[in-house]
Design a protein around this ligand. Structure first.
Ligand code: MLT
Length: 383
């Protein structure tokens, strides 16, 4: 039997599946666990989103309003709302493709380029960029992002790549790419004819003065696709809905993606898409702001505890993750094992985000407040 060789290049379990497994094992031994690992949410869904989904489900259950397959590229009503949300960036509804979340598109979009392309991936960054690229048969080069440079990736002038992954606010570091840095990347990408896959899964966490979308920057439509999700800011990790923007000014990719979707997908659940539409109402936007504030306050509580322990952390205000340095003498994995076994706290070892993450760990601020307060107390006792 023939297997994809890529399976042998990575750990048996994907990082977050591994953390979940460990947590379950500890729980089954009767140990109290506070899980600050995976970026999954604790606040329940927004009531208007729930109401929209119930309405959609009921309409599917009625002979008069029943509909079958949705369009592969997504409901026009949702794509119109997304298009409007881009304002002056002028993204047309026919440049938007609805997905079941950012994670799928991060890998799937690579199908547009074929096998054997060169992919540039900043490190540390979300492990899916690397795993998906290698599984697709591509050559990966890592771009180290350094603590001294606030983990900002800089364009590798003089070198050529086909595809570049960028994420801002970054998972796991929280680093935000300013308009100036994004503009440098855009100029670089255009000069080497590369395509930027811009992961905006955490855009709702951006502060007022920070670019939320790469399309706020001149010429981005000539070199970048943008991937977004309703998961983190709107609580849709369980519902599943996201989208990608492929501008028509970016070669033939827009037409090709539509073609690709037509044979690979029958679209995303109408129920999820109708729920996602609630994001764009005024109440939806107020709800997003409230949720973001809650998670950001959680992150502040964790930072105070780390500060008391004299542990360095990246002081980004634009991320639901606290990216911190392990205490002296610990590798990422050693510290995370120690925190779990001795203190019952699960955090993510950042070497799993690539070599650039070695010596760091990530704390998710998504759990509910009580757990965060408890975790902060425990962090303060770590010896
Ligand atoms: C995370 O970084 O925690 C991810 O969003 C979770 C995942 O990839 O499964």
């Amino acid at each position: 039997m023939k297997y994809n060789d890529a399976f042998s290049l990575f750990k048996k379990d994907y990082v977050f599946a591994r953390l979940k497994k460990k947590a379950e094992e500890m729980k089954s031994l009767g140990k109290e666990i506070i899980d600050l690992g995976v970026g999954d949410l604790s606040l329940p869904l927004f009531k208007n989103a729930v109401e929209e989904m119930v309405k959609a489900a009921k309409s599917l259950g009625d002979k008069k309003t029943f509909t079958g397959y949705p369009p592969s590229e997504g409901l026009l009503s949702l794509r119109k709302k997304i298009s409007e949300s881009y304002g002056n960036a002028n993204i047309g509804e026919d440049e938007i493709f609805i997905s079941d979340g950012a994670k799928s598109d991060i890998g799937d979009l690579l199908e547009l380029f074929g096998k054997g392309i060169s992919v540039l991936i900043p490190t540390p960054s979300y492990p899916v960029y690397t795993e998906a690229s290698v599984f697709a048969g591509n050559k990966v080069t890592f771009l180290p992002c350094l603590k001294e440079d606030d983990f900002i990736p800089r364009p590798p002038f003089g070198k050529v790549y086909d595809v570049i992954y960028l994420c801002s606010p970054n998972n796991p570091t929280g680093a935000v790419l300013s308009a100036k840095v994004l503009s440098e990347w855009i100029n670089y990408a255009i000069s080497v004819k590369a395509v930027i896959l811009f992961d905006g899964a955490y855009c709702d966490f951006s502060e007022e003065n920070e670019p939320k979308s790469i399309y706020e920057i001149k010429n981005a439509k000539y070199c970048a696709m943008e991937i977004r999700s309703f998961s983190k800011g709107f609580g849709f990790t369980g519902v599943r809905c996201g989208y990608s923007v492929i501008p028509k000014t970016l070669g033939d990719y827009n037409r090709l993606w539509k073609r690709r979707l037509s044979f690979r997908s029958n679209g995303v659940s109408v129920i999820s898409q109708k729920g996602a539409e609630a994001y764009f109402s005024d109440e939806g936007q107020r709800e997003v702001a409230t949720r973001i504030k809650y998670y950001k306050n959680n992150a502040e509580i964790i930072k105070i505890a780390l500060k008391k322990k004299n542990l360095w952390y990246n002081n980004s205000c634009s991320s639901p993750y606290v990216f911190a340095k392990t205490p002296d003498g610990f590798t990422s994995e050693e510290f995370c094992d120690f925190a779990m076994e001795k203190y019952g706290i699960i955090v993510t070892p950042c070497n799993t985000f690539g070599e650039g993450g070695e010596g760091f760990f990530r704390i998710s601020s998504f759990p509910e407040r009580q757990k965060i307060l408890r975790a902060a107390d425990v962090i303060e006792t770590i010896k």
